[in-house]
Design a binder for this molecule. Structure first.
Ligand code: SF4
Length: 177
């Protein structure tokens, strides 16, 4: 029997949730025996594959690029997990929502720039009108709150999922951030 296929994805987040993932320390070796990490910022694979069993999604959906990516990921993933408060509620990226994207871009690229003051027209993905929690865009199967979720919570969640069980909310309260 082949191991379950695991992925982790980084949308509009600070990478702190992935740092907490790494904080599982030696338990990463154990998880590595139980699952195949097929896509992640932590591995050198460029394309999200088909047939992913479990995917942890860090960050809010903030740009056209995020939106296209999370829709594609949803189609290719069996269990999608909102990983951390930015994915669960939009959290820090959502702080820009009351003012909209234009004042934010003007602040960053015009008011605070000393050279080459201009709004980006290429390379930088186009911002959505608001940064959205992942479940506002696609179906989410499990929510892992915390900023970031603790390493214990991540470990116990993955352990359950990789053994074919859906964790209940009691364990989230027990191992919460
Ligand atoms: Fe960073 Fe917190 Fe957002 Fe995770 S939930 S990406 S740690 S700000």
């Amino acid at each position: 029997m082949t191991n379950p296929r695991l992925a982790t994805v980084w949308l509009d987040g600070c990478s702190g949730c992935h740092m907490s993932f790494l904080d599982m320390d030696e338990r990463l070796l154990e998880l590595g025996q139980r699952a195949e990490l097929v896509y992640s910022p932590l591995v050198d694979r460029k394309d999200y594959p088909d047939g992913v069993d479990v995917c942890l999604v860090e960050g809010a959906v903030s740009s056209d690029e995020d939106l296209a990516k999370i829709r594609m990921i949803r189609e290719r993933t069996r269990i999608l997990v909102s990983f951390g408060d930015c994915a669960v509620t939009s959290n820090v990226p959502g702080m820009r929502n009351p003012i909209g994207p234009l004042p934010l871009l003007e602040r960053a690229y015009l008011e605070n720039a000393t050279d080459n003051q201009q709004l980006p027209s290429q390379v930088v993905p186009k911002l959505l009108p608001a940064a959205l929690a992942v479940h506002r865009v696609v179906k989410v199967d499990l929510f892992l709150p915390g900023c970031p979720p603790s390493a214990d919570l991540i470990y116990h969640t993955l352990k359950e999922l990789l053994e074919g069980r859906m964790p209940d909310t009691a364990h989230i309260a027990r191992f919460g951030a």
